[in-house]
Design a protein around this ligand. Structure first.
Ligand SMILES: [Ca+2]
Ligand SMILES: [Ca+2]
Ligand SMILES: [Ca+2]
Ligand SMILES: [Ca+2]
Length: 308
């Protein structure tokens, strides 16, 4: 079974790319059907450092406090068998696929655990722990954030592996779904007939290009990385949102999200031995977790989120 979620404390592209090979979903369980909605949320992009502190001084420090933790399936125990032991539920957007196209295991992509500390003084600290040191480009690491918890991701944060324990903005990008079509017609599930919309078509942050710097930083930790996100981006210290860490070894263009809408199950393949669609096909070298809810206690009715 997939990872589980522990809420400990209330305080919580790369466009033109070759088509990864391809191509009908098994019969997905559809529990929510509605057309894409018009998305009108305007994210706050302006930092408001406290009086006397300049923007250049407004950098992350160290996370303190009890983290919210998401545990994830790992594939170490079955790597020699070129398969995942579980934790992959493609039609619900849960990927456990830290393997290349030949089903060779890639521990640098295998998420073990993720943590979130909301400091309350400017930064949300996300930690992604892997089975090995993060791998270099083209591998990317990141977070999908759903700011209104409607099941449609709003921001896609993406960055290369940081190379030191010093906070850096190198390579940081954040994409935005400005027209609210991420998730397709069936939210939190693969669309039965597939869905190719505009995905995360807008870019809000591109640090290397000098576009909106200072709001997202990353640094290396032992077998993983940390990402600090200015809390303005997530709606302030008392906001509610969901977060979903991911790794991607051969990055999908942000415009292809949700990946499980862009590719059907049959096209995507499976990492689970015994599955009809084994082995992996179009959707490989990826791992993610369930969506962690932050700022509220899961009721159990939210779709696509980690079970309480
Ligand atoms: Ca994993
Ligand atoms: Ca949303
Ligand atoms: Ca969908
Ligand atoms: Ca879009």
């Amino acid at each position: 079974m997939i990872g589980y979620f522990l809420l400990v404390e209330g305080c919580s592209p790369i466009l033109a790319q070759q088509e990864r090979e391809s191509r009908k979903p098994k019969t997905p369980t559809v529990t929510s059907t509605q057309p894409p909605i018009s998305f009108t949320m305007t994210p706050m992009m302006d930092l408001t450092p406290v009086s006397g502190v300049t923007l250049s001084d407004f950098k992350p420090g160290d996370p303190h406090g009890t983290p919210q933790i998401i545990y994830d399936q790992t594939c170490v125990s079955t790597s020699a068998e070129h398969k995942a032991p579980g934790g992959d539920d493609y039609t619900q957007g849960r990927f456990e696929r830290p393997f290349d196209k030949e089903m060779n295991y890639l521990p640098s992509l295998d998420i073990v655990r993720a943590e979130l500390v909301r400091s309350g003084y400017g930064w949300d600290y996300f930690t992604i722990v892997l089975e090995a040191e993060p791998a270099s480009s083209p591998v990317v690491y990141g977070l999908e954030l759903d700011l209104n918890i409607d099941g449609r991701g709003d921001f896609l944060i993406q960055l290369p592996a940081p190379t030191s324990s010093t906070w850096t903005e190198t390579g940081v990008k954040m994409f935005w779904d400005s027209d609210g079509d991420v998730g397709g017609r069936v939210i939190n599930r693969s669309d039965p007939h597939g869905y190719k919309g505009s995905g995360f078509e807008s870019i809000k942050i591109d640090a290397n290009a000098g576009k909106t710097r200072g709001q997202i930083w990353s640094r290396l930790i032992s077998n993983g990385l940390q990402i600090a996100v200015a809390e303005n981006l997530t709606g302030g210290k008392n906001s509610k949102f969901s977060w979903k860490p991911y790794t991607d070894g051969n990055p999908f263009p942000p415009t292809w999200y949700d990946i499980d809408d862009y590719f059907t199950m049959e096209q995507a393949g499976s990492a689970i031995v015994g599955d009809l669609d084994y082995p992996l096909k179009a959707v490989y070298t990826v791992d993610n977790t369930c969506r962690g809810l932050s700022g509220l206690t899961p009721s159990g009715n939210e779709q696509g989120v980690c079970p309480p």
